[in-house]
Ligand binder design. Sequence first.
Ligand code: SF4
Length: 356
Amino acid sequence: MIPEDIIERAYMGTTTKEDALKLLEVRPFELYALADQLRYEAVGDNVTYVVNRNINFTDKCVGTCGFCAFKDKKGYLLSPEQIREKIDEAVASGATELCIQGGLMEDVKLDLYLDILRAVKEDHNHIHTHCFSPMEVYHAATSSGLTIDETLTELKKNGLNTMPGTAAEILADRVREIICPRKITRQQWIDIVTAAHQAGIRTTATMMYGHVETWEERIDHILTIRDIQKNTGGFTEFVPLPFMPYNNRIGEEILKNGQFMTTGVEDLKVYSLARILLNTHIENIQVSWVKLGKKLAQVALLCGGNDLGGTLMEESISRSAGASNGEVITVEELEWLIRAAERTPVQRDTLYRSIL
Ligand code: SF4
């Protein structure tokens, strides 16, 4: 049984780290049910999704993240024409959002990022650009001798609408030292995302879990996201992303030590805790069908999730690391999954406004 005071704090949006640790000890279905009830109170029975296209413009990268199975696999860089072609296809198929990210190329300055944004906006001014992780913003800024604020201002001026809150991994420097020692630190991620929000660029927030971190570090990560949100209000959603352990160094070490990837029960606990810890602060908990697979993603809608993310059209980062759930999902199939969970599908834009 979940103690009354923990339930009370969950409703008030003041769940503590100790509460979260206690919740991990209750029977999983009780935890899932509390998250489901909070989801219902926060957003009702609608389950949203966005029609979008993912474009990873290059896999060339000077980064050394030990969990990455994407970097330098093919050594490609899309030409401006190829990017334009993909954008045209996305628009023709009804996409409202372009999610554009890439590796960190040597000797590349802010201009490359601005050129991509201009290519989108020149041809299709109405489409929403959801581009460039905090790590890419940092890379563009340092390679161009600019401050983060100057970089964000330029990006916004040239058509950046929102940013993916990726590169967060686990916001604990102990973990980052092991899995991605050359990536921005916990504090740098917080500072860049905060600066983006202050510049009027909203972002998502992510957490890549299931490698070397502890439950306490996961909970601290979610509480850090909550603190930023209290300060800026700039997050649109939180997206827990289970780690894919194939074709990368960290994953190989984990598998060698007799561990496997996260289990379904664990994934659902993470989604439930995210809903509970973020209640009253972030309304939208996005479920990743790419990482969880379509069937578990559907079940996660009963454990705190209220959004199924995007149709994507193409996906290469998770696929390289062993995800086998496909690169695209149709609107029909997404709606089928949502209805079968006895919920109402609603197409949304990037800012969670419904598209009728
Ligand atoms: S995760 Fe991103 S920054 Fe890190 S090595 Fe891979 S492509 Fe580079």
